[in-house]
Design a protein around this ligand. Sequence first.
Ligand SMILES: [Zn+2]
Length: 420
Amino acid sequence: MVFVLSKNKTPLAPTREAKARILLKDGKAIVHKVYPFTIRLKERKECIKKFTVKFDVGASVTGVAIVDALKCFFFAEIVHRGKVIKKVMDSRRTVRRGRRNRKTRYREPRFENRTRPEGWLPPSVKSRADNVINFAKKYAKLIPIESVVVERVSFDTSSMTKGERLNGVEYQKGSLKGIKLRDFIFQKHNHSCVYCGDRGEEIEHIIPKSKGGTNSVTNLTLSCRKCNMAKRNLSLKVFGKKIGKNLSHLKPKKTPKHASIIQSARTYTLKTLEKDFKVTTGEGWETYSNRKELNLTKQHYYDAMCIGKNYKYKIVTNKVLEIKAQGRGSRQMCRMDRFGFPRTKAKSSKGVKGFQTGDIVKAIVTKGKKIGTYLGKVAVRVSGNFNISTATETIQGIHHKYCKTIQKGDGYAYAITTIK
Ligand SMILES: [Zn+2]
């Protein structure tokens, strides 16, 4: 699908690629943006239709789906750089420590001598949240977005560690939600008993309720009638010994160490999005069972589509846009060797000959060894000979006179993949 803007740049409903091609060919529209592909009409139009963005927020990848009432138009995956930020901050700390110790009197590290503003988040966590917020804000300029759907609890379906907020009370009451939770546990364990492998018949508390076990999804598992009776209120360890099996892998995982930080990041994301959009939330386990029901593979963008009550969309796209957060260069004044001594001169300027690292350029080389056409992300060099990273390779030493900017860098790298 192609995004469409009106003459005055107000967003309209997206259109099919074929139709966009005809509009461009007939001179009724121009290319507004390449990633994501957006055209701008030469006439003024209005759009009454409203769309919804759904986010499956994850630690390293966030899945995105844009939908209306019936169809799903757009898939994307935002690749975060939280880990990179952590690494960079760590290295900065090390360098500063080294500098303090180098041929000087001892100086104490700065420690808690600055107040953190209210709502402060660790840079790596804030970056992830901002990636999501920025996406919503940026795409609201390309397609009329009214509401946003986010998962209420970050739910890692592979490890099942973070389902704490969901407790089994609802399923005990026998509401619709509860039935689904029950199904979910049956599906998770493939309808078989986790202790003996026979047909699973009953929901079982891993840590018995009499010993303080909760109804949280992490503490629930599936067993057959026989094992459930045999286990009674025994702990995993004791029961394991009794049946001669090591059951330690079934132990419910504790809440992650930084759960509170993750929670506050989520609050920050929701609060910020609420300023511009109508925000609703969905449950993690619901996403999982919705996706299973539609028989879709485990992809972040499918998960995003399946969040919440509405999930039965007709998928009208076969492309996924990969959006990789890149950062916007470093503020380090010079590179260092492994001893912490300056290796390069201080950087003068980010831009070289009108180009900046991260811009998407097209180079048509007509002379020399590197004859050909290259489209990709540029890395500028003061010498004027740039490196271009295309989808498949990196070509070094392309002179700036061959290059033409397709799209200015915005701190993200883009790639399109086709769904098989
Ligand atoms: Zn059993």
